[in-house]
Design a binder for this molecule. Sequence first.
Ligand code: PHE
Ligand code: NA
Length: 499
Amino acid sequence: AEGKRETFSSRKLFILSAIGSAVGLGNIWRFPYVAYENGGGAFLIPYLVAILCAGIPLLFLDYAIGHRYRGSAPLAYRRANRKAEVLGWWQVLICFVIAIYYAAIIAWAAMYCWFSITKAWGDDAATFFMEDFLQVAPEAGVSLDIVGGVFGPMLGVWLVAIIIMVAGVNKGISRANGIFMPLLIVMFVILVVQSVFLPGAIDGLNAFFTPNFEALQNPGVWAAAFGHIFFSLSVAFGIMVTYSSYMKRKSDLTGSGYVVAFANSSFELLAGIGVFAALGFMAYNANSAVGDVATSGIGLAFIAFPTIVSAAPFGSVIGVLFFGSLVFAGLTSLISILEVIVAAFQDKLGWNRKSATLVVTVPVAFISMVLFPTTTGLYLLDTMDAFVNQFGILACALVIVIVFGAGLGMLPRLAKHLNRHSSIKLGTGWMVLVGGVGPAALGYMLINEVQTKISESYSGYPVWFNGVFGWGMAGALIVGAVLMSLVPWSKKSKLNDPE
Ligand code: PHE
Ligand code: NA
């Protein structure tokens, strides 16, 4: 109910929480390699263009809808247009899938903080990760064989997350971000400084920054920049709609958006420096080229970094700082993902915070605990990530941008709302970007993704596996969203425009 809706107690806390969501695993383990592979220093150009032409304009669209219609994604969209509710549920279900595997990665990182001290991996980090730690089954499939060493820490992650969520926007989300984000920044800065002084670091930095301007002629490089920035700013996941619905009425929306985007990019750039300095050391140590050791994602974090931790002076410190950063960056993002789900059910069912949170998060945690701390968890994670995070979200974002950006003719109204109390005013330029450039960029990327996904069986997994957990799951999300939108709203929910 509108009257009782919580708000962030200050603009600072909103900004901090929005940064907490935006700064995630993607900044640390995704951006450095994407930049390196797509032109190095020259990547800065498509990256900046993508931020200014699509990332920030779409961030403002999320803010405008969430703040003006003051609801979780399904409620806010429904208030904007009866038929749009289903898009909110689509985002809720996407967030559900991401949440169940994100928690697993955070749990691995937490364990690796400890392993960094004991150097548990000996001299073969890859074998340790796959065989000793995750005990990955030889073939993709679904086993319910629980791996104890992952189950325990995952339970811990879920307990922490649930406690934060139950406590609500002010006592939970704001406070958690108020603690974890400063910690993250301090730890990460120390890590970067330490890495830069490792022998060989300079070669890593050269590899990262040396511009390859020819790359700019390749459309794939531009697509990579746009694709990364949507993901990195947590745009079109329903997250920013939900968070901005908790912002006080008279808020400087556009000013806050620029601060969030700037902080997110600064963190990425810093991560690029830290990660490539460390990779430079790894190459120096192995007597190989930086290009031979550069990777991203799970391989970077759980195989390359442990190798660096073992070889570097004060390696354990590097390990604790690196994996600790992953934990804090991941937790603050996980909270934002869960809030999309919790807020949606709270609005739809008219329940209070505590009941809605428990009824939503306990089953989510349960499903996560059944699927991921198992010998086949890694395969599931891999396929679900590929289909939901890199593909489902593109499709969803495209539909949202078409519907809200152009279809409903709402942009002038939303621009007016954004401008009301904002320091930076938006005009026709914003509408052109959201209504034209956004859909064009997303459409292009989506077509690309579909083609790759059809042409190569993802990761060489069996067809049935990708069929069920990739395509099937992506389809099930749409069916689920339609079903959820048919469930009647609680009598307590006010469905009219709060303006
Ligand atoms: N923005 C986060 C990152 O860069 C990723 C993320 C996506 C977080 C979706 C939450 C939801 O890592
Ligand atoms: Na990010």
